[in-house]
Ligand binder design. Structure first.
Ligand code: DC
Length: 251
């Protein structure tokens, strides 16, 4: 089969980028569930390296040490029986530890190191070979999957993103205050946007969606329309309706 024919039959790749709290994972999970695609959060790669660095007390200011750590770390993204994404760090399921306040506080510092990004790039790209993936992150549309079929860049005001992060933390039983969450989100925004390699920004051909004041279902419906529109006859039939989106949303 020619490369062009392959490109026409390959299952779609959907890239969803944006800052923390813009709604990426909620939307990406729901779209993956609706269209029968695989969901991959690339943030988990960086979080896994950050977690290992914390455990081994690696100097977080040493780009060399962090790069060596990323190169020698095995990270596997797989799905459990319920279809939820799990992350294995050197074979250990660490999914539930990846969103701890300790990892939150240092992951942007780890992700800004060019050697760490390079070490993780091929692993992220290898998940795209067969297509059929919804991938979220900061540089999916610009660097990891510049040929993605659909590129979405979600934004929301800082206040709204902080409100969502606060609600998520409380749901997990994590006691924290508005000021601490706001400082953390603003700090990560700054590092993610100002770093030298693969900074957070929309690809020129990305569709920018402001999720401020929208329900998850409204954003999911908007993205689903774009997927159908851009992938045409390659768009898998949505598995179901709104109810499926709502179930995925609440995870
Ligand atoms: O999406 P997240 O909050 O799990 O991301 C964690 C950190 O990793 C965040 O600081 C941004 C960084 N990241 C990145 O630089 N590039 C990606 N493709 C995904 C995440």
């Amino acid at each position: 089969m020619s490369n062009k024919a392959k490109a026409r039959t390959k299952r779609p790749v959907i890239a969803i980028d944006g800052p923390a709290g813009a709604g990426k994972s909620t939307v990406a999970k729901a779209i993956a569930s609706m269209f029968g695609l695989r969901y991959v959060s690339t943030g988990h790669f960086y979080r896994a390296v950050a977690l290992k660095a914390l455990r081994l007390r690696v100097d977080l200011t040493s780009a060399e040490s962090l790069t060596a750590l990323a190169r020698s770390t095995d990270i596997t993204i797989c799905q459990d029986a319920q279809g939820d994404s799990r992350t294995l760090l050197d074979g250990e399921d660490v999914t539930d530890s990846l969103t701890s306040p300790e990892v939150d506080a240092c992951v942007s510092e780890v992700a800004r190191v060019p050697g760490v990004r390079l070490a993780l790039l091929d692993r992220q790209r290898s998940l795209l070979c067969e297509g059929g993936v919804v991938m979220d992150g900061r540089d999916i549309g610009t660097v990891v999957a510049p040929d993605a079929d659909v590129k979405i860049f979600l934004v929301a005001t800082l206040e709204e993103r902080v409100r969502r992060r606060l609600a998520q933390a409380r749901e997990r039983g994590c006691e924290t205050c508005h000021g601490a969450v706001a400082d953390g989100v603003a700090h990560r925004d700054r590092i993610d946007s100002e770093r030298e390699v693969a900074p957070l920004r929309p690809a020129p051909d990305a569709v920018i969606i402001d999720t401020t004041g929208k329900t998850p279902e409204e954003t999911i419906a908007e993205v689903a329309r774009l997927v159908v529109c851009a992938t045409g006859d390659r768009a898998p039939t949505p598995v179901s309706s709104r109810a499926e989106g709502e179930r995925a949303c609440s995870t």
